[in-house]
Design a protein around this ligand. Structure first.
Ligand code: SF4
Length: 341
């Protein structure tokens, strides 16, 4: 199917106070040249450690940040990145963000009815108060909070973490979006209810044909959860494609490292991917003064001179699987034998 959202060459720099030793203004290079697409009815996991730029990507897509450069297309049409309030409001109707902390995103002074009626009223899908009420109840049932009549008058502090996240999901659905960006939606919840919330998101994705961007640091969950996987390292998108491909046959040395460190019994064995030389834990480099070229080169056992000079171009590996790594570039194709299974 055709993508509902396409991002091309997104870059984001944040200016910060101070200058570098050469007198230039300091900037944080948070996202460097990220391109990807989201598809209706499919989940895409955006995987990376904290500080890899994945939340910045979500905030750019939600238009909370302007990208420094790059293009976003919604249903094939470029999104006006400097558009006025009306254009922004129209766009936000289609794309909703769910945050990590469901408590922080709900106003403690207001009840559930308020949280869910507001978007319905703002975005005009109801003609009168009765219809608003009906839709609020329907939303509560869609996220399996029943009896809905009881939940409608509860305040955030009367709800459990999981129930609050269900309210946040219901609120996102209230505007009938086509895209939901979920930023680590279960990481602050009790382990015992994480799967319920993930399954709820998956069910809604199928029922509504939502494009779901699921931001996570846990690559093992991506296989369970998402049709597609994108991997970020230090602001650069390094690998992507169908989850089956990316997780069964990871090509980028960083993806291989992540999988080797993932607590998943099904994971590929270390000796198969030959990564015992990389320490499982490593620091994400500073994004103020990131390594040149491929930002993974200081940790990569296969690093070559060219890796320090240039960011590798994207290489298509077939079946929609791609990576940005010089090991797979035409010039060094012979080296493919090293990290492949
Ligand atoms: Fe390693 Fe070079 Fe590939 Fe980066 S581009 S992952 S440094 S081989």
């Amino acid at each position: 199917s055709r993508p509902v959202l396409e991002a091309e060459h997104l870059r984001k720099e944040f200016p910060i106070n101070g200058t570098n030793p050469f007198g230039a203004k300091k900037v944080v290079h948070a996202v460097e040249d990220a391109s990807f697409a989201l598809y209706p009815g499919q989940a895409t996991a955006l995987v990376g450690e904290s500080g890899s730029g994945k939340t910045t990507i979500a905030r750019i897509l939600a238009r909370l940040y302007d990208p420094t450069s790059g293009t976003i297309r919604f249903r094939g049409a470029p999104v006006k990145l400097k558009g006025g309030a009306a254009a922004l409001r129209e766009y936000r109707r289609h794309i909703q963000l769910i945050f990590q902390d469901p408590f922080g995103s709900l106003n403690p002074l207001h009840d559930v009815r308020y949280h869910l009626s507001r978007p319905i009223k703002l975005f005009g899908h109801a003609r009168n108060q009765d219809e608003v009420n009906e839709q609020v109840l329907a939303l509560l049932r869609r996220v399996s909070l029943s009896p809905a009549e009881q939940f409608i008058q509860k305040y955030p502090h009367q709800l459990s973490g999981g129930q609050r996240q269900r309210i946040a999901i219901a609120r996102a659905l209230a505007v009938r979006p086509e895209i939901i960006l979920a930023d680590e939606p279960v990481s602050m919840l009790d382990v015992s209810i994480r799967l319920d919330i993930l399954n709820l998101l998956l069910r809604l994705k199928d029922e509504e044909r939502l494009a779901l961007l699921f931001i996570t640091h846990d690559i093992a969950s991506a296989r369970y959860f998402a049709e597609n996987t994108l991997v970020m390292y230090a602001g650069q998108m390094v690998e992507g494609g169908p989850s089956e491909e990316v997780i069964q046959t990871p090509r980028h040395p960083y993806t291989q490292l992540l999988l080797a460190a993932a607590p998943d019994p099904d994971r590929i064995k270390d000796q198969e991917i030959g990564l015992s030389t990389i320490p499982a834990r490593g620091e994400i480099p500073s994004l103020i003064d990131p390594p040149t070229g491929c930002r993974f080169h200081p940790r990569c056992p296969h690093a070559m001179d060219i890796c320090r000079q240039k960011f590798p171009p994207r290489t298509e590996l077939g079946n929609g699987h791609w990576t940005n790594c010089f090991l797979y570039n035409g010039i060094t194709a012979r080296r493919m034998s090293v990290p492949m299974r």
